[in-house]
Design a protein around this ligand. Structure first.
Ligand code: SF4
Length: 476
């Protein structure tokens, strides 16, 4: 997916921008970029961060970046920031989101407006450049931003540097968050996808944009120039897995939400007679860990770490394209603790299961240490639909998910109908139990349980109607 960060400051902004962008590194693995306006022009740097962390690539660019206004991003796709000379003057732009109707939009702009686009080395058009072209279709910048938001099918949050300040724009349905921080000494503001990105930089949470809202920021103040104007459907997966634990979205901290999922799973097990006697609960690092802590606390069982991640030489950004090598790396990063596994009854908690290939590798390894029992618990329902709103790296093609693969196996077909999905996904029904049992067998768990949709949503603690649940129930 990616992350965006912007800053307008009374002081030089490059250092805060550098760290603010770097704190989004967990959200993307391909490109990093920064642009700082020195009063006349933007100094920009974009680097490939596939095999080394953001910080190592941008350190040398910092001395060149003088000024009080800056934007930056971590991106899984297109190189950003994009800088264009436009009817609005020089405009610098970073975006995060997904454009489903890209071909149609490009065709329309090229044929009707004689527009042209740079082709990237992947043969694709840069999403941010396309967004900038849409913005330039209108005579006023604000109208242009609104127009781009309306035309894009998918989602698009952005930060545009223009008019001596920053326009921060949250996508129409608020799928991704945008939070403004205020410098404690009154020296300016920043805007960030992850609210955790500015805590160590001396900013305090100041304002969270609503869905579709646009604010204009200068070092002297923040003004809402377009009020939130639509229903919210924020991505639940950001709390569950993608988001950084120290961030808050819509008033709910990510780490705490994960504890609540674990607690709800433990309660659900107790209520359904699925609670098991184990020596300890453990999470699959990293994101399964807080879910397991919540479970252990609620079920009054010890928490332990029979699997520990080796982090010193495995940067998050090392993500080879080949899925089998990625699976191998995922397994190599985790080292089992023999004495915590052998002969023990363990309850292993993960945030979610997508394809199940990495989990299967982890299970094989753990089983080779001969635990007495290995129970599996998952902090969300079975995943059944592709995300069509955000570009997450972890999503599989719909029919590759372990849930759909298992439904196909159970039905003896090579595709799945909507009626079948509905039949197998209704929590607690005989067909649902059958689906979970088949997945349990294929992964070699002693028992397996998934948290219900209600259990997961109540863990977030905000109005359920404001949350996107598409990847679990296909409901828009
Ligand atoms: S479909 Fe899933 S991953 Fe995509 S925005 Fe909705 S909750 Fe998030």
């Amino acid at each position: 997916m990616g992350g965006i960060f912007g800053i307008c400051s009374q002081d030089e902004c490059a250092m805060d921008l550098f760290f603010g962008v770097d704190y989004h590194s967990h959200l993307g693995t391909r490109r990093g970029g920064m642009a700082v306006f020195d009063g006349k022009r933007y100094n920009r740097a974009i680097h490939n961060i596939e095999n080394s962390p953001f910080r190592t690539k941008f350190e040398d660019d910092l001395p060149e970046m003088t000024g009080h206004l800056g934007i930056g991003c971590i991106s899984d796709g297109d190189p950003q920031p994009v800088i264009i000379n436009s009817r609005f003057g020089t405009l610098a732009l970073v975006t995060v989101g997904r454009i489903n109707n890209k071909a149609e939009l490009v065709r329309e702009l090229v044929s009707k407006e004689n527009a042209y686009f740079t082709e990237m080395s992947t043969g694709q058009i840069n999403d941010t450049e396309l967004t900038a072209a849409l913005i330039c279709q209108k005579g006023e910048l604000l109208d242009g931003i609104r127009y781009a938001q309306e035309k894009i099918d998918g989602s698009m949050s952005m930060i545009a540097s223009a008019d001596g300040g920053l326009y921060a724009v949250r996508d129409r349905f608020g799928r991704t968050p945008l939070s403004i921080g205020k410098k404690e000494n009154g020296g300016g503001y920043c805007v960030s996808l992850e609210s955790s990105a500015y805590v160590n930089l001396g900013y305090k949470a100041y304002y969270e944009l609503g869905p579709g809202e646009i604010v204009f920021m200068t070092p002297d103040g923040v003004r809402s120039v377009w009020k939130p104007d639509g229903p919210m459907k924020m991505c639940t997966f950001l709390w569950l897995y993608y988001g950084f634990p120290t961030s808050d979205y819509e008033g709910t901290n990510v780490e705490e939400m994960r504890y609540h999922c674990g607690q709800n799973l433990a309660d659900q097990d107790r209520e359904n007679g699925a609670a098991v006697e184990v020596d300890c609960a453990a999470g699959i690092p990293d994101s399964g860990t807080p879910h397991a802590i919540g479970y252990a606390n609620q079920a009054h069982i010890p928490f332990a770490r029979p699997l520990i991640k080796y982090t010193p030489t495995w940067p998050r950004s090392f993500m080879p394209k080949d899925q089998s090598i990625r699976n191998l790396i995922a397994r190599m990063k985790l080292i089992p603790v023999d004495s915590l596994i052998r002969g023990k009854k363990l309850l292993l908690v993960d945030d979610s299961i997508v394809r199940g290939t990495q989990l299967r590798g982890i299970m094989d390894e753990m089983l080779s240490f001969q635990p007495k029992e290995l129970h599996g618990r998952v902090a969300c329902p079975p995943i059944l639909y592709d995300c069509k709103y955000l570009n997450f790296t972890r999503t599989a093609r719909q029919n590759e998910t372990i849930s759909r693969q298992t439904i196909m196996k159970l039905e003896g077909t090579d595709s799945v109908t909507e009626a079948q999905v509905e039949k197998y996904s209704a929590f607690g029904t005989p067909h649902y139990r059958c689906l979970v049992e088949e997945i349990r067998k294929s992964l070699n768990f002693t028992t397996l349980e998934y948290l219900s949709l209600d259990g997961m949503l109540s863990a977030v603690g905000i109005d359920k109607c404001k949350l996107c649940t598409y990847c679990w129930n296909g409901k828009e």
